[in-house]
Write a protein that binds this ligand. Structure first.
Ligand SMILES: [Zn+2]
Length: 124
């Protein structure tokens, strides 16, 4: 699996097989991650506050997305500002979990390198 695919499928950065998030999209467990990869035992929380930086990635991604949506609604479709804001807030609420997870996925992929050997050598 390629890097981008692993990021968007939200799999373990090390083995690219285990999942980063356990629950599909249930609201109560939306932000829960297992402590370790169920497949290769990679620690998902290498240090306290590890995912602090992921917030900024999430913020950056959503800010650009909302800006783009707002620009299209207002300038291309001629929508009123207040109406456009309501749509953006609705989109934000619907995509919040997804971007939260995606940001964490991007973040951990930056720090943890892919190791194709991990699954074949873990028997030692
Ligand atoms: Zn793994």
């Amino acid at each position: 699996m390629g890097l981008l695919r692993s990021i968007f499928k939200m799999t373990c950065p090390k083995c690219r097989k285990g999942k980063l998030f356990v629950q599909p999209f249930s609201l109560s467990k939306s932000f829960d991650m297992p402590e370790r990869c169920p497949t290769c035992n990679q620690n998902y929380f290498p240090e306290p506050g590890f995912f602090y930086g992921a917030m900024f990635i999430g913020y950056g991604m959503t800010a650009w997305l909302f800006f783009a949506i707002g620009a299209i609604l207002i300038f291309v479709m001629g929508m009123e500002f207040n109406k456009a804001m309501m749509i953006i807030i609705a989109v934000g609420a619907l995509t919040f979990v997804y971007f939260f997870r995606l940001a964490r996925s991007v973040w951990i992929h930056i720090y943890v390198k892919y190791d194709p050997q991990i699954l074949s050598t873990s028997e030692e």
